[in-house]
Design a protein around this ligand. Structure first.
Ligand SMILES: *[C@@H]1O[C@H](CO)[C@@H](O)[C@H](O)[C@H]1NC(C)=O
Ligand SMILES: *[C@@H]1O[C@H](CO)[C@@H](O)[C@H](O)[C@H]1NC(C)=O
Ligand SMILES: *[C@@H]1O[C@H](CO)[C@@H](O)[C@H](O)[C@H]1NC(C)=O
Ligand SMILES: *[C@@H]1O[C@H](CO)[C@@H](O)[C@H](O)[C@H]1NC(C)=O
Ligand SMILES: *[C@@H]1O[C@H](CO)[C@@H](O)[C@H](O)[C@H]1NC(C)=O
Ligand SMILES: *[C@@H]1O[C@H](CO)[C@@H](O)[C@H](O)[C@H]1NC(C)=O
Ligand SMILES: *[C@@H]1O[C@H](CO)[C@@H](O)[C@H](O)[C@H]1NC(C)=O
Ligand SMILES: *[C@@H]1O[C@H](CO)[C@@H](O)[C@H](O)[C@H]1NC(C)=O
Ligand SMILES: *[C@@H]1O[C@H](CO)[C@@H](O)[C@H](O)[C@H]1NC(C)=O
Ligand SMILES: *[C@@H]1O[C@H](CO)[C@@H](O)[C@H](O)[C@H]1NC(C)=O
Ligand SMILES: *[C@@H]1O[C@H](CO)[C@@H](O)[C@H](O)[C@H]1NC(C)=O
Ligand SMILES: *[C@@H]1O[C@H](CO)[C@@H](O)[C@H](O)[C@H]1NC(C)=O
Ligand SMILES: [Cu+2]
Length: 575
């Protein structure tokens, strides 16, 4: 598959580039989730869980307005679900995918068909498992092109070709076992063994078989649209290509005002579309994905290595080392913030703009803390506390397997044993959130619960996300299911409304589904709750999600059938 992709430039992309406006189509796939034997990092071959025997899995290519139908056939030994990251799922909340939030898992040997429309959104999204740590190997791209095809892109130059660049993390142990051990012991899983570009680590680890490095073949003077996706579990990335720069034109499938940069910063869950002109001498150039380690304080171990791929020009002289780009230091918060805070939207007629009137204001702390061992953490040392993450000091746990999913409980009006409606709009205590001195055992302590915030249909919510200095400051990539939000402002230290509000961008703020809250800082987001259902909001570091860094919005039905949660599909998995 990879070979085919690499040589795609040989084929005329006439269909993509010259077709006129097409009728909405049904884009149908069967995803067999099962065993794949693969050798990475010069280790013996191992069995991983993958879709259709591919890593990354198949790319879904659709046009705005199409219907996507994916038959998930679970031939793996594990419970499985798939989330369509960034897809609004308006009218199809049962297809969103997070285990125990919108569905019970698809058990080994069972099937489930995900059906949804990709309406009112275009750009680069992706799909991934949303259970355990399986998304480390169960992931792929979901591309939504304009109805008018690539000719309708609202930027120029129009690209000659497109390439998907999916960044990932690789463990040479079973990620399912890693997650189980982390849970049972209360000790967070260790860092990845390698980072990858399109599934391959590259040659920076002395294991440079040709198979280990992804090659992008380019032609001089052509412009490429790179669709960059960070599918890594826990690591924001810097992406560079030696002797090449980028023009960012979209992020999280929302167009941006063109932004020139020689480095792309992409946190887990985020995507960036960037034009890259093949304007250098015909040669070979490294693409490098290196980690951004934002943690300050009791920092978790991280892997400082770099994933490499090669951009190879047609007619490049054979042999020789590709040119290397300068690499940002892993703690380069200034570069990360510059990139992430400088993006602004491309305002287009007919597209939603930032709501100016706010119904509900929330101030939500996000960060690490500690808690007691939970009863089912069987190997946990009960004479001490364990790491625990929280939002407003509420550390989220999913309903136990065997209970209905939260969406089923909501739909049937039977929330009693499944969740409570008391997610708070403020932290229980106001304190100096980002001061080292505030990192006390009392403030670190958090308790486990399954709390939701109920919203009326169509309510406008403004949320300040405030990182804390408990245990460690860290840039948490906060992802909201079911909606895009506008990012009005972001900064460092404690949020001060009087100082920040005059600086809100209410004209063309960037629109995203995942915001990397600055380390030891804050971000202000707004969204309109015009999508009834149960929508997970959580840190897109799986290590933190597992520790409780999440909450759920329960969005009530609107006045009509179209604005209400529909009945569940007949094949919805039962617990
Ligand atoms: C998949 O691999 C697991 C070991 O990881 C093995 O137990 C199982 O039998 C394999 N399943 C199939 C269908 O090959
Ligand atoms: C999805 O699109 C199809 C075809 O246009 C339409 O029949 C269907 O009602 C749509 N589904 C939802 C949930 O909007
Ligand atoms: C799942 O789908 C596969 C392939 O379509 C089919 O062979 C199998 O019978 C289905 N299994 C169930 C439990 O429906
Ligand atoms: C995984 O790979 C890394 C890098 O090659 C190696 O150092 C480590 O020992 C391996 N771990 C296991 C459990 O095989
Ligand atoms: C790669 O090899 C070089 C030279 O043999 C050595 O210095 C370096 O530590 C090795 N790197 C890794 C990651 O094994
Ligand atoms: C490259 O990958 C193929 C298929 O996975 C494998 O059969 C082959 O042995 C690999 N070659 C090298 C040099 O690792
Ligand atoms: C690329 O453009 C340069 C400058 O316009 C020109 O000199 C060169 O011949 C072009 N190369 C190719 C392969 O088209
Ligand atoms: C690439 O960039 C480096 C440093 O910026 C420079 O020394 C080198 O000449 C460039 N190579 C090409 C082929 O442009
Ligand atoms: C990044 O790390 C380097 C080396 O450890 C250190 O000298 C530098 O001060 C750090 N920079 C920041 C911004 O923390
Ligand atoms: C459990 O934690 C306590 C307190 O930190 C420590 O003294 C003890 O050795 C630990 N026990 C085990 C089995 O790790
Ligand atoms: C939702 O809110 C918008 C803007 O506030 C309003 O125009 C629209 O009528 C509302 N829709 C419903 C169904 O309440
Ligand atoms: C898979 O899910 C079912 C029900 O949803 C549950 O009973 C079972 O324990 C789960 N299996 C694992 C290994 O988690
Ligand atoms: Cu986090």
């Amino acid at each position: 598959m990879k070979k085919a992709m690499a040589w795609a430039w040989l084929l005329p992309l006439g269909l993509v580039f010259f077709a006129s406006v097409a009728q909405a189509a049904v884009v149908e796939h069967t995803f067999n989730v099962g065993n794949l034997s693969i050798s990475q990092l010069c280790q013996p071959a191992r069995i991983i869980t993958a879709v259709n025997g591919q890593l990354p899995g198949p790319t879904i290519e659709a046009r705005e307005g199409d219907t996507v139908v994916v038959h998930l056939v679970n031939q793996s030994p594990y419970n499985m679900t798939i989330h369509w990251h960034g897809v609004f799922q308006r009218g199809s909340p049962w297809a969103d995918g997070p285990s125990m939030v919108t569905q019970c898992p698809v058990q080994p040997g069972a099937n489930y068909t995900y059906r949804f429309n990709v309406t009112d959104q275009e750009g680069t999204l992706w799909w991934h498992a949303h259970i355990s740590f399986h998304r480390a190997t169960v992931y792929g791209a979901l591309l939504i092109r304009p109805r008018g095809g690539a000719a309708a892109y609202p930027f120029s130059p129009k690209p000659h070709r497109e390439e998907t660049v999916i960044l990932g993390e690789w463990w040479n142990a079973s990620v399912y076992d890693l997650e189980r051990m982390a849970f049972l012991t209360g000790n967070p899983a260790g860092p990845a063994d390698a980072y990858t570009i399109n599934g391959k680590p590259g040659d920076s680890d002395n294991c440079s078989t040709a198979n280990q490095t992804y090659t992008f073949r380019v032609r001089r003077n052509e412009t490429y649209l790179l669709r960059i996706i960070n599918a890594a579990l826990n690591t924001p990335m810097f992406l560079k290509v030696a002797n090449h720069s980028f023009t960012v034109v979209a992020a999280d499938a929302a167009y941006t005002t063109p932004y020139e940069t020689d480095v792309v910063v992409v946190a887990p869950g985020q995507t960036v579309d960037a034009l890259m002109a093949a304007g250098s001498a015909a040669g070979r150039y490294y693409m490098e994905a290196s980690p951004y380690d934002s943690a300050v304080g009791a920092t978790p171990p991280f892997n400082p290595t770099t994933a490499t791929a090669v951009v190879e020009y047609a007619g490049a002289p054979a042999g020789g080392e590709p040119a290397k780009p300068p690499r940002p230091p892993s703690n380069d918060t200034a570069t990360a913030f510059r990139f992430l805070s400088n993006l602004i939207a491309l305002v287009l007629p007919g597209k939603p703009t930032v709501p100016l009137a706010v119904d509900t204001r929330m101030f939500v702390t996000v960060g690490l803390g500690v808690s007691d061992c939970q009863p089912d953490q069987l190997f946990c040392n009960r004479s001490r506390t364990v790491f625990s993450s929280s939002m407003n000091n509420a550390s989220f746990v999913l309903p136990a397997l065997g209970k209905p999913s939260m969406l089923e409980a909501h739909y049937r009006n039977e929330s009693a044993d499944v969740y409570t409606r008391d997610f708070p709009d403020r932290p229980p205590l106001a304190f100096d959130y980002t001061a080292d001195a505030s990192n006390t055992a009392t403030l670190q302590y958090t308790t486990k619960s399954t709390k939701v915030r109920t919203l009326r249909y169509n309510e406008t919510v403004e949320m300040v996300l405030q990182n804390t200095r408990l245990i460690a400051k860290e840039s948490h990539p906060m992802h909201l299911h079911g909606f895009n939000f506008f990012v009005l402002a972001q900064g460092f230290g404690n949020y001060d409304e009087a100082a920040a509000a005059p600086g809100f961008n209410l004209v063309n703020p960037q629109e995203r589904n995942t915001v990397a809250v600055p380390t030891g800082g804050w971000a202000v987001i707004r969204f309109v709750a015009n999508n009834p259902g149960m929508w997970f909001m959580h840190c897109h570091f799986d290590a933190h999600l597992d520790l409780g860094l999440g909450m759920v919005f329960e969005v009530q039905d609107g006045p009509t059938a179209e604005t209400s949660v529909p009945p569940p599909p007949l094949d919805l998995p039962q617990c």
